[in-house]
Design a protein around this ligand. Structure first.
Ligand code: ZN
Length: 168
C-alpha cells in the first residue's frame, strides 16, 4: 500500500495506550500492509501501529533479515501469557533513530494473539524474537525502551533524546 512516516520520540502519540481491534476488515488489512511496507523501507525488526500514528493494538515482527528461518509475523490484540528468565542485549527502536542501548528483558515469552483473519494463535519465542515481541508489545501500552534504561544511561543520552524531541 504505502510507506508511512515513522513517528519519532517527542510525539505524544507514542505515550498513548492503543485500542483493541474490533473488526478484522479491509481497514485492518490496509494498516498491516502499510506496516509491512514501512518496516521494509526502514529495515527494522519490528513496528507497532502507533509508530505510524495509528493507535490500534497491532504490531509486526520480521527477523528474516537476521535469521533466514524466520518470517514476518503479525500480532493483533496480543496478550503476554508468560515470561521467563532474563537477558541483556543491545536494542534499538525506529522511533529513536541511531540510539542503541543494552536493555534487560525476559529471555522467553509465551504470547497469544490474532492473525489477519481473526484466528487466535499462541506462540513461544525466545532470544531476539522474544525481545522484539516484548519491545513491540510495550508500544501498545505507550511504553518505550528508554523506560527500561537506567537513570545513568538516560542521563548520558539526555542531549540526544532532546535533539529527537525538538526535531519531531
Ligand atoms: Zn520501538
Amino acid at each position: 500500500m504505502a510507506v508511512r512516516p515513522i513517528v519519532i520520540f517527542g510525539d505524544p502519540v507514542l505515550r498513548e495506550v492503543s485500542e483493541k481491534v474490533e473488526k478484522f476488515d479491509s481497514e485492518l488489512k490496509n494498516l498491516v500492509s502499510d506496516l509491512m511496507d514501512t518496516l521494509k523501507e526502514a529495515q527494522g525488526l519490528g513496528l507497532a501501529a502507533v509508530q505510524i500514528g495509528i493507535t490500534k493494538r497491532v504490531f509486526i515482527v520480521d527477523l528474516s533479515a537476521v535469521d533466514i528461518t524466520e518470517k514476518l509475523r503479525l500480532f493483533v490484540n496480543p496478550e503476554i501469557l508468560e515470561t521467563t528468565d532474563e537477558s541483556e542485549y543491545e536494542e534499538g527502536c525506529l522511533s529513536f533513530p541511531g540510539i542503541y542501548q543494552k536493555i534487560t528483558r525476559p529471555a522467553k515469552v509465551k504470547v497469544k494473539a490474532f492473525d489477519i483473519d481473526g484466528n487466535e494463535f499462541e506462540l513461544n519465542a525466545e532470544g531476539l524474537a522474544a525481545r522484539a515481541i516484548l519491545h513491540e508489545y510495550d508500544h501498545l501500552d505507550g511504553k518505550l525502551y528508554i523506560d527500561l534504561m537506567s537513570t545513568m544511561t538516560k542521563t548520558m543520552l539526555k542531549g540526544r533524546l532532546k535533539k529527537l524531541q525538538t526535531a519531531s
